[in-house]
Design a protein around this ligand. Structure first.
Ligand SMILES: Nc1nc2c(c(=O)[nH]1)N[C@H]1C(S)=C(S)[C@@H](COP(=O)(O)OP(=O)(O)OC[C@H]3O[C@@H](n4cnc5c(=O)[nH]c(N)nc54)[C@H](O)[C@@H]3O)O[C@H]1N2
Ligand SMILES: Nc1nc2c(c(=O)[nH]1)N[C@H]1C(S)=C(S)[C@@H](COP(=O)(O)OP(=O)(O)OC[C@H]3O[C@@H](n4cnc5c(=O)[nH]c(N)nc54)[C@H](O)[C@@H]3O)O[C@H]1N2
Ligand SMILES: [Mo]
Length: 765
């Protein structure tokens, strides 16, 4: 039977744009008002305030928002969340339910006609649901039947490598560990995860240069930094609690440089929501120097700065670079400098889009300061030369000896609240041989050694029908991945698609021949298993492992924990496994005991994680030890500037987040910090570019992306004049994922290049 094709993209519906002035200050009372409005509408005020008081407290649960760490010392009541954390909680603890009755009365096609915002607001899935072949509606199914269906489907494949097991980064350490164990006992390393689309470029660059794929700084380092550079990141929206850390830098006399094509409000000026006495004043000015780099101009900019630093150093040896550090800890300095000296400074300056005066100013700031932290996120990773971007950041830190000491180091700011922990637990398509060996010894099975598929490879494999089974442990695969139409075809090729989810999303609507939705507990909910109430553990952006205990009663007695779901699937699939899956799901301490035995840094895990602050995982870069790299030293590297060219009528497009979304979960339609309200289908353009093309404010345009002679289109976007460099544009993800070509990705890390999409813009009639 050929499957009817449900729309993979959200409908092209305009919602009524309203433009306001771009605010001058972030956070402050407006943020509190916005947080409370979301809590009130979704959860109810009394229950909501009770919940907020538990977020990120030592006896509470880990905020399902971002992975920014909590302070080690005291945490004020009601203080360790932010506006967007409150929204994340409101979404999860929503009163709205997607029940079997809801599915009986709404066909898949009807649901696909809703925007992501409308769909998400339908709420939490309450029961396991099944879509039979050719079905138009999901129907309720018993858990055991669902597990059996999955087991049978997996047993029927020609090879375990025909199955794909995706993970989004909210999954707890315990669930992730059990999941990867199940997948490897089943026989594949096909464990793509959201990291592949996120910080994979950071992991690749940092492992190669410093011997650890994670950042090196702690929260306290921000209080001791002379200079913090925030590059390719929008913390005011995506990591608001980071602003308090930056405020700490400023208070102690440190300086901040921001590098971004957009002057993001959060980076400019900040009013701490936890300090109402500051609300009347001007707020803290955070950024001392703002460099409005052109999209993907970062390697050129960094190289120009390094070039000038080297000139200064050459004139006055030892005054700019940390000679001792370079001598004792690094490899490749001479070759790196030789290459740097051949660069054409004027060309680099031109390519960066920054004036020479400003580059000199930045150089002076870097030259005269010793302790430097560099923070970055998707603005650096999601480019063809994403890995180059980050290696260039490392070059700068190495020259300054700004690593492995207080107040200095690398700070890749992670996305999902446990994305870093999932990788530590072995969610990786390229597992280390030592880890597999430990698993084999502990669990007595033979683990697959060949590497599995990452996200892009998984999509291609499903597209070619080399893979026929897809399971998503959280996340929203169809909306988060590039090339929406291509990915939809890939998923439709599957025999069975399974989504383990809290909320309804578009990935439930774009499915294989048969499909399952398995509803799970969220972070905020209590988790009862056979041995009693359980807690889970997570790892934040700075490598601190701590516990997270749910607070609310589960919204339906049909929900299972992710751990229990993995256990059920494993038991139904691996009939000869000698692992007692049920026992693990009955008592998470038993899983933690196994983690301790197989993953370094987890000694006395059960005991240490019960301490209120949790514990730090080992971090060689933090300890100034680079013996884990191939050369045994911290490595300088030679990196490529962008080689992407555009025709006269083409633009670079970056796909970014609004202030009112969590990835594909759309909290609301306002991008308050950019002054764009009630509309997501916008393309931000430089006013001069608009004038040159005779495009007026709010004109309707079609966007066409160009890659290797292929074209992809997205219709019905409103052109909006914005302070953005010429030839650069910005749109919101996921609406424009349809324009991101599957083959356009970062070298080495394979991360989709969703921040450099070459587009042309045409007025609609
Ligand atoms: N509220 C909220 N919090 C979140 C998320 C969310 O969606 N909502 N998502 C979470 C996740 S998974 C992640 S990964 C993080 C994402 O956090 P961010 O990386 O901050 O998110 P983006 O919106 O992708 O913003 C990228 C920033 O990089 C800039 N940028 C784009 N291209 C370039 C470039 O070429 N050079 C430079 N220098 N800058 C560039 C953009 O202007 C923008 O400011 O946030 C996490 N936290
Ligand atoms: N164009 C473009 N594309 C991008 C990006 C970009 O900047 N531009 N960013 C990329 C990045 S950085 C990332 S991380 C990915 C994100 O990709 P994903 O992680 O796949 O997407 P999310 O939108 O975070 O997933 C949301 C869904 O997760 C489910 N969920 C929420 N909480 C839980 C939970 O506790 N357990 C389970 N099992 N399910 C849960 C809900 O059902 C919800 O609908 O998207 C990437 N895609
Ligand atoms: Mo992310």
């Amino acid at each position: 039977m050929t499957q009817k094709k449900t729309n993979a993209q959200a409908p092209e519906k305009l919602t009524g744009i309203e433009l306001t002035e771009v605010p001058k200050v972030s956070v402050g009372p407006k943020a509190i008002k916005s947080a409370l409005t979301h809590i009130n509408t979704e959860v109810g005020m009394i229950k909501g305030i009770g919940l907020l008081s538990k977020i990120n407290q030592k006896n509470g649960f880990d905020c399902p928002g971002c992975a920014w760490p909590d302070p080690d010392e005291k945490r004020a009541f009601l203080a360790e969340y932010c506006e967007n954390g409150a929204k994340a909680i409101a979404e999860e603890a929503t009163k709205n339910r997607v029940s079997p009755m809801f599915f009986a009365t709404h066909s898949i096609d009807e649901l696909a006609a809703l925007t992501d915002y409308e769909l998400g607001k339908k709420g939490r899935v309450t029961h396991p649901m099944f879509l039979k072949e050719g079905g138009t509606h999901y129907e309720a199914i018993e858990w055991n039947q669902a597990f059996e269906l999955i087991g049978k489907s997996l047993q029927s494949l020609n090879s375990p490598d025909e199955a794909i097991f995706y993970t989004s980064g909210r999954t707890s350490n315990e669930a992730a560990y059990l999941y990867q164990l199940f997948v490897r006992q089943y026989g594949t390393n096909n464990l793509p995860d959201c990291s592949n689309m996120c910080h994979e470029s950071s992991g690749a660059a940092l492992s190669e240069t410093l011997g650890i794929g994670k950042g090196s700084v702690t929260l306290d380092d921000f209080n001791h930094a002379d200079l913090v550079i925030v590059i390719g990141q929008n913390p005011g929206t995506n990591h608001p609690r980071m602003l308090a850390a930056l405020e700490g830098t400023k208070k102690n006399g440190g300086k901040i440089i921001s590098i971004n094509p957009l002057k993001e409000v959060g980076l400019v000026n900040f009013k701490d929501p936890q300090k109402p006495w500051t609300w009347l004043g001007k707020g803290t000015e955070l950024t001392d120097l703002f460099l409005q780099v052109t999209i993907n101009g970062d390697v050129a900019l960094l190289k120009a700065i390094l070039f000038l630093l080297n000139e200064k150093e050459t004139k006055n040896r030892g005054t700019v670079f940390d000679r001792d550090f370079i001598e004792n800890n690094t490899q490749g300095y001479e070759v790196f400098i030789k290459d740097l000296e051949t660069q054409n400074l004027e060309q680099l300056i031109l390519q960066s889009g920054i004036s020479k005066e400003q580059i000199i100013e930045a150089t002076e700031m870097i030259a005269s300061n010793k302790n430097i932290i560099i923070c970055w996120a998707m603005g650096l990773t999601q480019h063809k030369n994403g890995v180059d971007n980050i290696r260039e950041v490392v070059n700068l830190l190495l020259l300054k000896g700004s690593i492995g000491k207080k107040g200095a180091g690398t700070c890749p700011v992670r996305g999902h609240s446990n994305v870093q922990g999932d990788r530590t637990m072995g969610i990786w398509e390229k597992p280390q041989p030592e880890f597999l060996k430990k698993l084999e010894n502990e669990f007595h099975f033979s683990a697959p050694k060949h590497h599995g598929f990452d996200v892009v490879e998984a999509i291609e494999a499903m597209h070619k029908k080399k893979a026929k089974f897809f399971l998503g442990m959280g996340g929203n695969f169809i909306s988060a991945t590039p090339d929406t139409e291509f990915t939809a075809e890939a998923l439709r090729n599957c025999e069975l698609t399974v989504q383990i989810s809290t909320k309804i999303n578009r990935s439930h609507l774009i499915h294989g021949k048969e499909a399952l939705i398995l509803p799970c507990l969220g972070r905020s909910e209590k988790d009862f298993q056979a041995s009693g109430e359980q807690f889970v553990t997570v790892e934040n952006s700075m490598g601190v492992v701590s516990q997270s205990t749910g607070h609310l009663s589960p919204l339906s007695d049909q929900l299972k924990s992710e751990t229990a779901i993995v256990s059920g699937i494993a038991k139904a699939t691996l009939l000869n496994s000698n692992t007692d899956w049920e026992e693990f799901a009955s008592d998470y301490d038993l899983i933690r005991d196994k983690i301790e035995k197989t993953i370094p840094g987890f000694d006395n895990f059960n005991e240490r994680v019960r301490k209120p602050d949790g514990f730090y995982l080992p971090n060689n870069a933090r300890e100034n030890n680079y013996s884990k790299t191939k050369t045994g030293k911290a490595n300088f590297s030679i990196n490529q500037v962008s080689d992407i060219t555009t025709d006269e009528n083409q633009f670079l497009m970056m796909t970014i987040r609004t202030h009112d979304q969590y990835n594909t979960t759309i909290y609301g339609l306002d991008d308050r910090y950019r002054g764009i309200l009630n509309e997501r289908r916008v393309v931000l353009m430089n006013a001069l570019d608009m004038e040159a093309m005779n495009i007026k404010q709010k004109d309707l345009v079609t966007l066409t992306s160009h890659f290797n002679g292929e074209e992809r289109q997205a219709h019905k976007f409103l052109a909006i004049a914005y302070d953005i460099p010429r030839k650069c544009t910005a749109t919101y993800f996921p609406e424009t994922n349809v324009l991101v070509p599957i083959q356009s990705k970062a070298r080495i890390s394979n991360t989709p290049a969703s921040k450099t999409v070459v587009i042309s813009i045409k007025k609609e009639a």
